[in-house]
Design a protein around this ligand. Structure first.
Ligand SMILES: N[C@@H](CCC(=O)N[C@@H](CS)C(=O)NCC(=O)O)C(=O)O
Length: 294
């Protein structure tokens, strides 16, 4: 396979879902999601079937998302008592924190501040987050980063439905799965960049197995938790990219993963944060091509 090196999974805004995804979204979530999801027509190529077919697509109303701040934007009034979540619409790590904030119903408590990473405001590094990355949360006169820490922080320091699993056994399983997230991404990337053709398959087998452990619900620990939040942005991207680039359907022969994906697409806190799949894949390919030219 000749798809290049240094694979990352960031992409850009707007949202579209394939027929399969579309069918799994409840009508209630669509009607509630009025600012984000609007049906439009479009095409999505599905290489796994080898055919080009017309599929309905749901797209984000671009104007409904707050524009990203760039180098020309005025600095925000940092530490003025507001709570702000700095994200990029394209960043899967930031998406984790965004999902947690949405799920807990904190839309009015935590302001979303999207940053244009390609044309970052200088004040972001100087005044907000010295690491100069997203996500970052400004809360109680300090700034916290690192997505896995942040989703735990949001869960424990704010009101709303808990994302922490019940009981010691599930908490131990959560710790194990959260510590596996980097290995998971690394494995998929090594298949995408051609260094290990079997790694993605093996890591998705691990995920399938993990999803079978607690069977009182479709999520990793039965109930919806931080673990689902941590994996969702990555599984979403990898499903699309692997299908398009390697012609592999990660759900094939994996019923637990199939169900998990279907159920995730019923969670508005997640669907509100999704990117346009077609655009996501196109940007991925462009980036890989650019990296290959270096
Ligand atoms: N380990 C960090 C990774 C965050 C990260 O790499 N974010 C990317 C965007 S997806 C970023 O801000 N990159 C900017 C840069 O590295 O300069 C986390 O989990 O939050």
């Amino acid at each position: 396979m000749s798809v290049g090196v240094n694979v990352s999974v960031c992409s850009y805004s707007s949202l579209a879902l394939s027929t399969k995804d579309f069918s799994s979204i409840s009508s209630s979530s669509l009607s509630l999601d009025r600012n984000i999801l609007r049906p439009v027509s479009g095409r999505l190529r599905c290489k796994s079937s080898g055919k080009r077919r017309i599929e309905p697509i749901l797209a984000v109303k671009e104007s409904s998302r707050v524009p990203e701040l760039d180098s020309s934007s005025e600095p925000v009034q940092v530490f003025d008592g507001s709570t702000r979540l700095y994200i990029s619409y394209s960043c899967p790590f930031a998406q984790r924190a965004w999902i947690a904030r949405n799920y807990k119903g904190l839309q009015n408590k935590i302001e979303l501040v999207p940053i244009d990473l390609k044309n970052r405001p200088a004040w972001y590094k100087e005044k907000v987050y010295a690491a100069n990355k997203v996500p970052a949360l400004e809360h109680n006169n300090r700034v916290i980063g690192e997505s896995l820490d942040l989703i735990k922080y949001i869960d424990t320091n704010f009101e709303g439905p808990s994302l922490t699993p019940d009981g010691l056994e599930k908490q131990a399983a959560a710790d194990e799965l959260l510590s596996y997230t980097d290995s998971f991404s690394k494995a998929v990337r090594s298949t995408l960049n051609g260094t290990d053709s079997n790694a993605a398959d093996a890591t998705f087998d691990y995920i399938e197995q993990a999803l079978s452990k607690f069977n009182e619900g479709p999520f990793f620990l039965g109930q919806f938790t931080l673990v689902d939040v941590a994996y969702a942005p990555f599984i979403e991207r990898f499903q699309l990219i692997l299908r398009d680039v390697t012609n592999v359907d990660i759900t094939s022969g994996r019923p637990n993963l199939t169900l998990w994906i279907q159920e995730m697409y019923k969670i508005e806190a997640f669907t509100e944060t999704r990117q346009d799949p077609k655009e996501l894949v196109e940007r991925y390919k462009k980036r890989v091509q650019a990296e290959a030219r270096l």
